[in-house]
Design a protein around this ligand. Structure first.
Ligand code: GDP
Ligand code: MG
Length: 340
């Protein structure tokens, strides 16, 4: 494991791939490797790319990666897809879209399918992002399907979050329902070559306006949110971030320069004052709480036999015990075992 850590730090791609597999599967030694790598993290700019299937996330990641490579920056790509494991069509399609990047040693692509619980996927993704960060990539692009809480969790690791929409995929309000608009630093209307792009842009602007009442939630992310008209990125002196709406045609490379610009502007915004540190603190807090929750549950369920748990459920169902008392009993069991 230590050789892998050394290898990763030296830019060895084989070591990187192996360590990522170990981390993804939570193999013995993975935690130690992550500990060894942690002091080397915090340098990459992590960009989350999320949105419904088919909006063009992989195509955009491909185009963005090429744009960064042209500037001489290295790119690590992590594709996380809990809904459709990277088998058959999905991976084949992505391989074709990422073809332009293969053979370039400045790009590393990794996909991660569902394994175990969604919580486990969020953990594994966070760890994988850290490994890519420690490996020294300037940019880490993380593609996730915007489906629910686990994507939101993954995206909370990102420095800049892109939410991708496309015309003609039906319900534009979907994004709001999933709460995904609230995590957007930059909104992208991809497939701008398709009919309906204008109305998608209008719809998003309207929703951003409606988003005002939820400002407090957004503040807890990166800053306040307000509608912006036209400009690719927010003026810096307003003291809050206005998520810009960028149009793109990923397959033609259109709008990519504007998107790169918007991401840079967001980075510059966060680097002002101590915003970046504040956001990082929030992310760390959330992560520690998430991990603690997982670890405590795991520990508890290791001490509790299935039979004991079933019995508890029976008692609750028979109205001999209420769920509140049951939790108390479980916590006491935990305390007793810790004290042992
Ligand atoms: N017309 C058009 N098609 C696009 C555009 N971007 C992606 N596509 C196509 O849309 C399909 C889905 O793209 P993909 O990147 O796999 O979307 P993902 O599921 O969000 O990763 C593919 O057939 C792409 O070639 C675009 O800007 N315009
Ligand atoms: Mg994709």
């Amino acid at each position: 494991m230590i050789e892998w850590v050394q290898g990763v730090l030296e830019g060895n791609r084989r070591a990187l791939a192996r360590l990522l597999t170990a981390v993804e599967n939570d193999r013995p030694g993975a935690a130690e490797a992550l500990t060894a790598l942690y002091p080397h993290t915090g340098k990459a700019w992590v960009i989350g790319v999320t949105g419904a299937p088919g909006t063009g996330k992989s195509s955009l990641v491909n185009a963005l990666a090429q744009a960064y490579r042209k500037r001489g920056e290295t790119v690590g790509i992590l594709a996380v897809d809990p809904t459709s494991p990277f088998t058959g069509g999905a991976i084949l399609g992505d391989r074709i879209r990422m073809r332009d990047l293969s053979g370039d040693s400045g790009v590393f692509i990794r996909s991660m399918a569902t394994r175990g619980s969604l919580g486990g996927l969020a953990r594994a993704s966070r760890d994988a992002i850290r490994v890519l960060d420690a490996a020294g990539f300037d940019r880490v692009l993380v593609e996730t399907v915007g489906a629910g809480q686990s994507e939101v969790d993954i995206v909370r690791t990102a420095n800049t979050t892109l939410v991708i929409e496309a015309p003609g995929l039906g319900d534009d309000v979907q994004a709001i329902k999933a709460g995904i608009l609230e995590i957007a630093d930059v909104l992208v209307v991809n497939k701008a070559d398709r009919p309906g792009a204008d109305s998608t842009v209008r719809g998003l602007r309207m929703m951003l306006e409606l988003g005002h009442p939820t400002t407090r939630q957004i503040v807890s992310h990166h800053g306040q949110m307000m509608e912006t008209e036209g400009a690719p990125a927010a003026p810096m002196d307003l003291g809050f971030w206005l998520p810009p709406v960028v149009r793109s045609v990923a397959t033609e490379g259109q709008g990519i320069d504007e998107l790169v610009q918007a991401i840079d502007t967001h980075r510059d915004y966060l680097r002002q004052a101590d915003r970046l540190q504040q956001v990082e603190r929030q992310h760390i807090e959330l992560e520690v709480v998430d991990r603690l929750r997982e670890a405590l549950l795991e520990r508890l369920f290791r001490q509790l036999s299935r039979a004991d748990f079933d019995q508890l459920v029976n008692q609750i169902q028979e109205r001999r015990l209420d769920p509140h008392q049951a939790v108390h009993q479980l916590l006491e069991l935990q305390t007793l075992n810790v004290a042992k």
